[in-house]
Design a protein around this ligand. Structure first.
Ligand SMILES: [Zn+2]
Length: 339
């Protein structure tokens, strides 16, 4: 009687163990299946499965890493829904890429830069410049936008061919004394108060190093700009006028924060950038809040020819940040401030 009971008990244990093993195996298989299912739901997996026209056209591991690092979950999902495009990762990998402008980057590539890509492919192209152009609206026709310069940005307010000042006029203009500027006793060259003070401080610092700066032009009202622009337009035509002067209501000089600076030793637009004064300004102007506004090689972004004499007051903090970024002010404004 007792023996039979033990036998039964052993069988019972065996069955229990068997069931346990089944449960464990089932759990492992289920877990793996679930994990696999979960992975297939990730953006990473979906990106890796996207194909272009052939099986070779797909995002590389590195490209997928970049996409996952730089885009939000929502942006990643949107990108997945777009399908394969060899240009997307080229743009996304750049530091000043803005996802909401992806279609504009592509449109610019297709309409304006088509031939370039035809001959050079996606490699070796200056994506940063293209992104800069689109970010700062330089892909649009000049003087056609109804965007208005944002006064609330203070000394950082933007003025270019895509943001107009309209009738804006600052109310804290001050006149630069004769010692610091060109012209005779009656010449009036004005700047906004803080920019004026900064210019004088900069002037002294330069002077201590043997540089004699002289201001040539500061604030220009919309009316004055109109006079200048129309003068060129009347005598040499609109195309010439546009190449040399901003249209009234669109000039940075109307902010009272732009200053054309030359030196006693050199006031020639063609050679000023070979002068010691220019060298000094290039190295030091940001310390006083001024930046070179239309640098060489960035005409397609600023919309202006290189002007070694045109400086813009932004305040020391902002000027330093812009300087350190290596961006034009148009690009800096578009990426960091236009929100
Ligand atoms: Zn100027």
């Amino acid at each position: 009687m007792a023996k039979r009971k033990v036998y039964k008990f052993k069988t019972w244990i065996k069955i229990l163990i068997f069931i346990d093993v089944l449960i464990v195996i089932g759990a492992i298989v289920g877990y793996n299946y679930y994990k696999d299912y979960q992975y297939k739901e990730t953006n990473e997996y979906k990106l890796s499965q996207i194909r272009g026209n052939s099986d070779k056209e797909k995002y590389t591991e590195q490209e997928i890493k970049t996409i996952l690092n730089k885009l939000t979950d929502e942006e990643q999902k949107d990108l997945i829904s777009r399908g394969y495009n060899e240009f997307y990762p080229c743009f996304i990998g750049r530091p000043y890429f803005i996802y909401s402008k992806l279609d504009q980057y592509m449109e610019y590539v297709i309409t304006k830069e088509k031939d370039f890509f035809k001959y050079h492919g996606t490699e070796g192209y200056d994506y940063d410049k293209l992104i800069g152009i689109v970010n700062s609206h330089a892909n649009e026709n000049p003087y056609e936008s109804d965007r208005v310069s944002d006064e609330s940005k203070g000394y950082g307010m933007i003025a270019n061919k895509h943001y107009q000042l309209g009738d804006y006029a600052p109310d804290d203009l001050e006149s630069i004394e004769w010692k610091y500027r060109f012209g005779d006793a009656n010449t009036k060259i004005e700047l906004r108060s803080e920019a004026h003070a900064a210019y004088l401080t900069m002037w002294e610092a330069a002077h201590e190093e043997g540089i004699y700066l002289l201001a040539l032009s500061g604030y220009r009202s919309k009316k004055e700009q109109e006079k200048e622009y129309n003068y060129y337009k009347t005598y040499k035509g609109e195309k010439y006028a546009d190449s040399i002067a901003a249209r009234p209501g669109w000039s940075e000089h109307q902010t009272g924060l732009a200053l054309d600076i030359y030196a006693k030793e050199n006031s020639d637009a063609k050679t000023f950038d070979t002068s010691n004064a220019f060298k000094w300004l290039s190295e030091n102007s940001y310390k006083y809040g001024f930046i070179l506004r239309y640098p060489k090689g960035y005409e397609s972004i600023t919309g202006y020819n290189y002007e070694s004499w045109h400086y813009r007051y932004l305040g020391v903090d902002l000027a330093t940040k812009v300087m350190e970024s290596g961006l034009t002010y148009d690009e800096y404004y578009a990426f960091y401030l236009d929100k």
